[in-house]
Design a protein around this ligand. Structure first.
Ligand SMILES: Nc1ncnc2c1ncn2[C@@H]1O[C@H](COP(=O)(O)OP(=O)(O)O)[C@@H](O)[C@H]1O
Ligand SMILES: [Mg+2]
Length: 245
């Protein structure tokens, strides 16, 4: 039986902006249903990497393939949740969530209602973003991504600049969605704790230019997270030349 190609296959991915080398020869394979976290210092090229995976940037060298097909632009199979809020201030929660469906002309009110519920937004359907907390705005972005039923969810620092409790609640929401839908998730973060709490696999990357430093498979190894945590911290601390914790 033929083995399905991986959801995401990145080979020798290299990106420069003029003289600035941002990503240098990255290889990465992500399989169906994985939650892959990529951890690296600020400014190392994480957002650039996600933009390449989303098809919003073109590689300088190397390739990005989704299910065996080269990525040539953005597509409905990949949804990128940007670091900065991406909700529309002029639309209600419900309109924001159904936005992608409306654009395609196939609004499914049941699916919208379910995403609203799962993301903890029940009762806020008619609210405008200015009346929501930062954490709830992120939920709207998450709900909007989920109703599109993407093959792959790309998340850029999804929990940054939230207070600890809000961040935890949103992490729980993401885990619930991930388990319920089986969607493949690639999440980039500078936060080791977030990566270790959520990921089925963690890749540690270097300071710019971004290269692979270390990979850990955490599937079924909850007891080993502390050991992995120490290893990951050591690698990251070597990268930034500072004690981190
Ligand atoms: N479009 C661009 N043109 C020039 N430089 C860029 C562009 N996008 C990102 N960079 C540079 O690439 C480096 C990595 O940025 P980024 O991918 O945002 O890092 P991170 O998300 O890890 O903080 C930074 O030095 C940034 O200034
Ligand atoms: Mg970034």
């Amino acid at each position: 039986m033929a083995v399905d190609p991986p959801v995401l296959a990145v080979k020798g991915l290299t990106k420069s902006f003029g003289d600035l080398d941002v990503i240098d020869g990255l290889d990465l394979t992500v399989r169906q249903g994985e939650l892959m976290a990529i951890v690296g210092p600020s400014g190392c090229g994480k957002t650039t990497l996600l933009r390449l995976l989303a098809g919003l940037e073109t590689p300088t060298a190397g390739s990005v393939k989704v299910r065996g097909e080269p990525v040539t632009g953005s597509g409905p199979d990949r949804v990128l949740i940007f670091q900065e809020g991406t909700v529309f201030p002029w639309a209600t929660v419900e309109e924001n969530v159904s936005f992608g469906m409306e654009a395609r002309g196939d609004v499914d009110p049941e699916r919208v209602a379910e995403a609203v519920r799962t993301c903890g937004l029940d009762g806020f359907q008619d609210n405008y973003p200015r009346t929501l907390s930062g954490g709830m705005e992120r939920r709207v972005a998450l709900a909007r991504a989920m109703v599109a039923e993407p093959d792959m969810l790309l998340m850029d620092e999804p929990f940054s600049s939230l207070d600890a409790q809000t961040s935890r609640i949103l992490q729980n929401t993401l885990m619930r969605l991930w388990k319920e839908t089986g969607t493949t998730v690639v999440l980039v973060t500078h936060d080791v704790e977030v990566a270790l709490r959520l990921a089925s696999r963690v890749m540690v990357v270097s300071s710019r230019p971004l290269r692979e430093r270390d990979v850990h498979d955490l599937t079924g190894k909850d007891g080993e997270r502390e050991v992995v945590r120490r290893k990951v911290l050591k690698v990251l601390e070597a990268e930034v030349g500072e004690r981190l914790y």
